[in-house]
Write a new protein. Sequence first.
Length: 266
Amino acid sequence: MATFTTMDGTTIAYQCSGSGAPLLLLSGQGNGMAWWDPVAPDLEGDQLVIRFDYPGTGGSDAPPSGYSTERFADDAAALLNHLGIESCCVYGTSMGGKVAQQLVLRHPSLVRALVMGCTSAGGPNALRMSSGAGARLADPDTKTAALTDLMYSPGWTAAHPGPYATLGEPSTRQARIGHRRASDRHDTWDRLGAIAVPTFILHGSDDLMVPAANASLLAERIPGARLRIIDGGRHAFFEECREEASPAVLEFLAETRIRPRQGAGL
């Protein structure tokens, strides 16, 4: 693990693994780079996999305020600049998909291709989890069981007893609240049409945390976006269904490497 410091003085921890074309991974709410531990080996074969801890997670600083998907996207851009990477492919899941949207909209020259999973555009047009599921998550007595059930199918957890990298990291109260607010306040609905890079959207058919209809809404708003629904997948489909999801992502990324970048004059 290495660190760098952003313009506002925040220390950000990051990690690079593998070699080849750069691929930036963006994790979910309340999680840092460990979110990707089960999946990163699938992606490292011919790619330089880059991931980092959001402020408030892992080895990064935990400022008392200033959390937003825009800020996380700017941190990602600062990391790419720190590494001397002019453009890369980006894969974000859950809140990481929202950060990916902000990254390509705020720093379009840095993103060559975009993959998003189990995410939404946010705002009033997004479809949200049921009130019953939200109540279980809000109850300290049922939170862990509820979150596990939203992430994975019972059959999968029976065969894979954990611990699970996606269930959140120890963090300060300010960071937990900050991440939740960052995700809740995200809204790119009116700007999605400006995304001009190849885009692949994946979602689990049985995702109750971020209902699968959000994937169709994203695909309709982003020009030329490709959509794939993973049958039986829940919110952490990218881990539980990795034997289907990871090859699909790799196939898409391989295609983008042989396609000219839009606006390149080719």
